[in-house]
Ligand binder design. Structure first.
Ligand SMILES: Nc1ncnc2c1ncn2[C@@H]1O[C@H](COP(=O)(O)OP(=O)(O)OP(=O)(O)O)[C@@H](O)[C@H]1O
Length: 284
């Protein structure tokens, strides 16, 4: 394991009134690694993402992103600045695209901040053709790169809302990558995908890790995705971390098996979870 720590979460706690959604959570995510956060429904996975990306201000704790130009404390950054200034991008559990815009437009709009910087936030800047035109050209090149990478080039002029579901999922990833993040947070990217699409997603995420050199943080219920592509798995249950390690160690951890099984002795693991955890469902 390398020491290239990208994200350090220390003692993160998030309370909603009397409900403790995240309870004193600490973990590290590294560059060039895929870190998965798994756990039963309501374990607090999305709340972690919401704290990292500025949707929620944590009740307690420190979230340090070691950006190229030094450490940034995310919990002290205004929500809307987190993606713009700190290089954290995310996708959503329920796809959120600009459905009335074309696929290409979705990717260019994602680069709005960079284009506005090039315009110097003024009409004069906008018409200072060279600077703005160069930025626009780069934005289009970047969009084309990610269209190719995600297999969406032939759909560039389609309205995003008309894409098949699996392609919409890939467009969300392409859009997030167009902001050139250092940390990409993916909330259930395999949800609703068929096995072929899921296998393609695995290859895409691995190539982003290997070729772009960024860190990926993944929430996923599909254990075949988690176990095949994660370098590091964190397991939450009722807001607490119950396991943290490589996929092999985590899937054999009795606390993890118990969390998925529940307390009732008669409960059975869903067959696909049992299979991925390499358990005999009949033995449960
Ligand atoms: N804005 C909120 N207000 C009140 N409670 C909330 C809020 N957001 C989340 N919670 C609660 O916090 C707990 C954790 O929710 P969260 O959505 O983070 O879980 P999750 O692990 O992502 O679940 P799932 O796998 O079902 O998406 C749940 O009990 C949820 O009801």
């Amino acid at each position: 394991m390398t020491d290239n720590k990208l994200l350090e979460v220390e003692h993160l706690t998030m309370r909603f009134g009397g409900l403790v959604a995240i309870d004193d959570l600490s973990f590290t995510a590294r560059k060039r690694e895929i870190t998965a956060i798994i756990g039963p429904n309501g374990a607090g996975k999305t709340t972690v993402f919401n704290c990292l990306t500025g949707f929620y201000v944590p009740t307690e704790g420190r979230l340090t992103l070691n950006a190229n130009d030094g450490p940034r404390l995310l919990e002290r950054t205004e929500g809307f600045r987190i993606s713009r200034n700190n290089g954290v991008a995310r996708t959503f559990q329920n796809i959120r695209l600009f459905t009335g815009m074309t696929v290409l437009e979705n990717l260019v709009v994602a680069q709005h901040n960079r284009l506005m910087d090039a315009s110097l936030f003024s009409l004069a800047g906008l018409f200072n053709l060279k600077r703005y035109a160069n930025a626009e050209k780069e934005a289009l090149e970047r969009a084309k790169f990610w269209l190719n990478k995600t297999g969406l080039y032939e759909f560039a002029d389609w309205d995003a809302g008309n894409l098949a579901y699996g392609n919409q999922r890939r467009l969300e990833i392409a859009r997030a990558m167009c902001v050139e993040p250092s940390l990409l947070c993916l909330d259930e990217p395999a949800a609703g995908l068929n096995p072929r699409e899921s296998a393609e997603l695995n290859l895409l995420l691995q190539s982003i890790r290997d070729e772009q050199g960024i860190g990926l943080l993944l929430i996923e219920h599909d254990m075949s995705v988690v176990m095949q592509i994660s370098d590091h798995v964190i397991v939450l249950d009722y807001g607490k971390k119950i396991a943290d390690g490589n996929p092999e160690a985590v899937k054999n951890d009795p606390a993890v098996i118990r969390a998925y099984l529940g307390e009732e002795e008669d409960d059975e693991l869903p067959p696909e979870v049992a299979q991925d955890l390499h358990l005999d469902p009949k033995a449960q």
